[in-house]
Design a protein around this ligand. Structure first.
Ligand code: HIS
Length: 360
């Protein structure tokens, strides 16, 4: 274990790197209002946040990250454009792996800038890659926006698209839904019986949390869904091919461009990936060897809606990502009370960096 003083010293050094790149240092409270903010993170973090009740302030949580409070702060009174850096503890419960820290120090960098999103993506990635370069980590990149655009443009009903959209973050459930919507899996016997029968009596005893009218509405939705035409095999094949893109950037782009001939809805998002690749190259990143994977980032923060990236130790697969980040334009809209601004950022974990350096 590296000691806390060393980790804090490294954190201060990294913060200085971001300050030199034009960032203002900011602090956020450790206690955050859970009720208003927790939903923004999605299921995974919701299950892992430490939440406690407060008679005066309502549910409070130990901050699970800095991005949400920094966006809130920027949207309330930030000047534009803005670059911020921060460091401090974040807290996430670990239920399966006792060796993973439930409290660790992050150093982050966030860019709120509407002039050139591709350049901002590249700026964040290149600064973080530079800070990590002595460690020879493996980089991973992806783009949640490509997947969102693909789902949005499917030729199916709005509820089906909404369900797929919600489960972008749960790849197995997404897959199961796709199988169901395309008729590849048939309906379970119990569901068939439920949909064939009368709606349950309102006076049957209710044991769960749903009310009788909610149950009826749910059955009605399931019935409508059962009567909907399946997704075409061609669309599913294209979506599968898209999900399978995993290549170095130039080849990935070639495949994405080919796919956008038949999935025209992804063309604007693919153009953004291409613009980002150019911006990365201009920042000195070797994009010819940089991996791109459509599936990457699908189990992380649910506020990402564009570029996503991570850096991992190739020799220590047991360790979590040493750095992660991504673009979260829609989050600024949700917290912006009528305003929005394109934004991207990332964090490093100085504790993990020290641990890896010690082993070198
Ligand atoms: N807040 C994210 C990292 C990030 C910063 N900015 C954008 N993404 C996390 O803790 O995983």
């Amino acid at each position: 274990m590296t000691d806390r003083a060393q980790t804090l010293a490294r954190a201060a050094g990294l913060r200085a790197v971001f300050e030199a790149a034009g960032a203002i240092s900011v602090e956020t409270p450790v206690l955050q209002p859970a009720h208003t903010l927790l939903d923004l993170y999605g299921e995974e973090i919701r299950a892992r946040a430490y939440v406690t009740s407060d008679a005066l302030r309502g549910e409070q949580m130990l901050r699970p990250d800095f991005t949400v409070p920094v966006v809130q702060m920027h949207m309330a009174h930030g000047a534009e454009p803005a670059r911020y850096t921060y460091s401090g503890e974040v807290f996430r419960r670990q239920e399966q792996d006792p060796d993973r820290a439930n409290e660790f120090i992050q150093v982050g960098f966030e860019v709120f800038d509407r002039t050139d999103p591709a350049a901002a993506d590249a700026e964040v990635f290149a600064l973080i890659a530079g800070a990590l370069s002595p460690l020879r980590l493996r980089a991973a990149t992806g783009d949640i926006g490509v997947l969102m655009a693909a789902v949005e443009g499917l030729k199916t009903t709005a509820p089906r698209k909404a369900a797929l959209m919600r489960h972008i973050w749960r790849p197995r459930r997404f897959r199961a839904l796709l199988d169901r919507f395309s008729g590849r899996t048939s309906m379970s016997r119990t569901r068939e019986a439920l949909l064939a029968g009368d709606l349950p009596d309102a006076d049957a005893p209710l044991s769960g949390r749903r009310s009788a009218s909610e149950i009826k509405a749910r059955i009605r939705t399931l019935r409508e869904d059962a009567a909907t035409d399946p997704l075409s095999t061609e669309e599913v094949r294209l979506l599968d091919a898209l999900l399978g893109v995993r290549e170095t950037m130039p080849f990935a782009l070639e495949q994405l461009r080919d796919l956008s001939v038949d999935l025209p809805q992804i063309a604007p998002a693919v153009a953004r990936v291409a613009a980002r690749a150019e911006a990365l190259e201009a920042r000195g990143i070797d994009v010819r060897s940089l991996p791109f994977e459509t599936n990457f980032g699908r189990t992380s923060m649910e506020y990402y809606d564009g570029f996503v990236f991570g850096f991992f130790s190739p020799d220590r697969a047991d360790l979590p990502a040493v750095a992660t980040g991504g673009r979260y334009d829609a989050l600024t809209r949700r917290l912006g009370q009528g305003r929005e601004i394109p934004a991207v950022g990332g964090v490093l974990r100085p504790g993990l960096m020290l641990e890896l350096e010690a082993a070198q």
